[in-house]
Design a binder for this molecule. Structure first.
Ligand code: SF4
Ligand code: SF4
Length: 205
């Protein structure tokens, strides 16, 4: 959802890295599914002039207006991570519980290149400590990145979510991920909350 006017180079917000600008990058106008503009993930928004900007800049949807990729907001990401170079749009999603790398489908293997693959693996290892998932998205095709493997979940439908999990074994935790219906995930979450409440109640008696 790049949101910049034609030839605009200075779009910024309070949380963007000083001196950093979208410039000629327009990749977020390609990789996301945007309901308001009926744009499919992986296809250029019909309002985008690739390499130039948004033709409806003044009236673009709020979602576009408010979006900045991680390269724009994280000073630790170097110039190699600029999306028009990396072909990857990084975004923090689900209230910080997911780092998603949205891949330009013209270069579907971009995430496997160095140094991107190594960085994704490192973030995955760090993410396990704070229950943050790292995943790669090519359109609606999702691949969850774990330190020791990748889990290819195929296409994730609009009514599905990607859930990370850990199973305790004798040799330590084994991490995994699966996709499931959003309603099922919410029901499981509710069961967990109720089980937790019962446990706390029993502990207090
Ligand atoms: S992907 Fe990032 S740098 Fe590129 S246009 Fe969007 S917000 Fe700007
Ligand atoms: S409406 Fe404009 S800013 Fe939003 S995705 Fe389309 S081209 Fe990009």
């Amino acid at each position: 959802m790049a949101a910049f006017e034609t030839a605009q180079t200075g779009r910024s917000a309070p949380n963007t890295v000083p001196g950093r600008a979208c410039g000629s990058c327009t990749l977020c106008c390609k990789v996301f599914h945007i309901i308001e503009t009926e744009s499919e993930a992986g296809q250029w928004c019909r309002h985008c002039k690739p390499g130039k900007g948004c033709t409806i800049y003044e009236t673009r949807p709020d979602r576009c207006r408010g979006f900045f990729c991680m390269w724009m907001t994280q000073s630790g990401l170097g110039p190699e991570w600029k999306p028009e170079k990396s072909k990857l749009v990084l975004s923090i999603e689900l209230d910080g519980q997911r780092i998603a790398a949205h891949v330009d489908p013209s270069v579907p293997g971009a995430w496997r290149r160095s140094p991107y693959y190594e960085d994704l693996k490192r973030w995955s290892a760090e993410g396990l400590q704070v229950q943050r998932q790292v995943s790669v998205w090519i359109g609606q095709h999702c691949i969850v990145i774990l330190p020791d493997k990748e889990i290819d979940l195929g296409t994730v439908a609009d009514d599905e979510v990607v859930v990370s999990m850990a199973q305790m074994t004798q040799s330590g935790p084994v991490y995994g991920a699966e996709k499931m219906k959003r309603s099922e995930a919410e029901a499981r979450q509710q069961q967990w909350v109720e089980a937790r409440r019962r446990f706390e109640t029993q502990k207090g008696n």
